[in-house]
Write a protein that binds this ligand. Structure first.
Ligand SMILES: Nc1ncnc2c1ncn2[C@@H]1O[C@H](COP(=O)(O)OP(=O)(O)O)[C@@H](O)[C@H]1O
Ligand SMILES: [Mg+2]
Length: 432
């Protein structure tokens, strides 16, 4: 919304009129420019800024290769450039399913020309990239700029989560055995045990059948090699740091059979802990406010970016991360939890993730089922169908339709070029 009466020339999305009056453009990020006219040579107009200070549910859609991950990278670059006073209240976590966001660190030398046309320059951005511990050496050997490793604490996994990890269920003998072993070991060892302890317990189990036992031991040995789960686990406060952007690379096990469940577990546990901690701190903040003190606490508000969100929040399947993420979607804004979800398959995404979003950003879409899925959004201030918007959108990458519930306005924009190098185009070379 261009608010000339407040002396603001840019357009701000995600911020209500009241907030604009109070805060102006402070705490917004430069996302792109308004598309004035499409056609052969699209004409761009004034800047579009996006609010990064209040909690939001942002959904980024679009067919493959049209700029979803790119737009996420632009938002991450902007989060890193917020004024320090604001940045210190925010912590950003990006779940990287394709292993591409590390390149936000590297200035975009190949795109100097396009950046110059936007009056911008190549720049690196300070982010911290964490990979599962078992994959750290691999990443380092490839020369990727990784900052550290993370692990999950074994005792934090409930039996339900162990089952999800191996994609097992209660109907299988191994599944039943696994749940029983987890409970037994927990009772015996408390909160300090590892996969080795589970293996020993399975081997010593007097009741289970031999076949189920050896099948389960094999699975656990496999998991041991992943190097993801250990006795200690990375502390949440080492991941969620005020003013920091942390990329959690979950791409490592993506194509390995038997390991598909790992990325789900990582998101589920992280999402659960962040939710619980923010709920607690929110209370502390409220109490301070009641006492007339400043609303501050050690736990920053959190933005979680999830690329390829349909993997974690599927519509017709179950996923261990789904329940947690639905909590974020439904009530996360109250404790200060924002989500930025990207998907090329809105049709496969849980409908709540679509209906609850307050900022909808869509790159080009052509598949009718996907367009039909987002059409559920169609707000009263939208005067033409989605099909019409998509047909008017220039066919090259980076253009997007924005539907902003905060201002009840609709925009057609071009997302700005990245300051950083785009690994999306070459990531496969590193992963093979
Ligand atoms: N705003 C943009 N400006 C310039 N090029 C873009 C823009 N958005 C996307 N692209 C180009 O399109 C390619 C694919 O974008 P990407 O974000 O990886 O697609 P996806 O939607 O599949 O995540 C990028 O590698 C980049 O070359
Ligand atoms: Mg992508």
């Amino acid at each position: 919304m261009a608010i000339e009466e407040f002396g603001i020339k840019e357009n701000v999305v995600g911020r209500s009129l009241k907030e604009l009056e109070k805060y102006g453009t402070e705490g917004t990020g430069y996302f792109g420019k308004v598309l004035m006219s499409s056609g052969e040579r699209p004409v761009l107009g004034s800047k579009v800024l996006i609010d990064l200070t209040s909690p939001h549910l942002i959904l980024i859609c679009g067919k493959r290769g049209y700029g979803k991950s790119f737009s996420m990278a632009v938002l991450l670059e902007e989060m890193a450039r917020l004024p320090l006073s604001i940045r210190q209240r925010i912590s950003v976590i990006a779940i990287d399913t394709a292993g591409i966001f590390w390149s936000i660190k590297v200035p975009n030398k190949e795109n100097v020309q396009e950046l110059a046309e936007w009056d911008l320059k190549p720049q690196g951005t300070e982010i911290s990239v964490l990979v599962p511990r078992g994959r750290l050496e691999f990443y380092k050997s490839k020369g990727l700029p990784v900052d550290g490793a993370f692990t999950i604490k074994a005792s934090e996994l409930e039996s339900e989560e162990w089952l999800a990890l191996f994609r097992m269920n209660w109907n299988q003998a191994e599944g039943v055995l696994l749940s029983r072993i987890v409970e037994e070991v927990r009772e015996k060892l408390g909160t300090f045990y590892g996969i080795e302890d589970l293996i020993t317990a399975v081997k010593q189990d007097p009741e289970a059948e031999k076949v189920a036992k050896s099948a389960l031991v094999n699975k656990l040995l496999f998991a041991l090699r992943w190097g993801l789960i250990d006795k200690e686990g990375t502390k949440i406060k080492d991941i969620v740091k005020p003013g920091k952007i942390t990329v959690i690379d979950v791409s490592a096990y993506r194509q390995t059979i038997g390991m598909e469940g790992t990325k789900d577990i990582i998101v589920a546990l992280l999402g659960k802990k962040l939710f619980e901690e923010r709920m607690l701190y929110r209370k502390e903040e409220e109490i301070k406010l009641v006492k007339g003190e400043k609303r501050e606490s050690v736990m920053p508000i959190v933005w979680m970016f999830i690329d390829e969100a349909h993997m974690f929040m599927p519509k017709d399947e179950d996923n261990i991360a789904l329940k947690v993420l639905l909590e974020w979607v439904r009530v996360g804004r109250q404790p200060g939890l924002s989500l930025v979800l990207a998907t090329q398959r809105p049709e496969k995404l849980h409908p709540d993730a679509i209906s609850q979003c307050d900022l909808f950003i869509s790159h080009r879409m052509t598949s009718q089922p996907d367009i039909a899925a987002v059409s559920a959004l169609r707000p009263s201030y939208m005067h033409q169908g989605f099909d019409k918007y998509y047909s008017e959108m220039p066919k090259s990458q980076g253009y997007a339709l924005i539907i902003d519930d905060n201002t009840e306005k609709i925009w057609m924009i071009k997302v700005r070029p990245r300051f950083s190098w785009d690994a999306g185009v070459t990531a496969s070379a590193f992963l093979t």
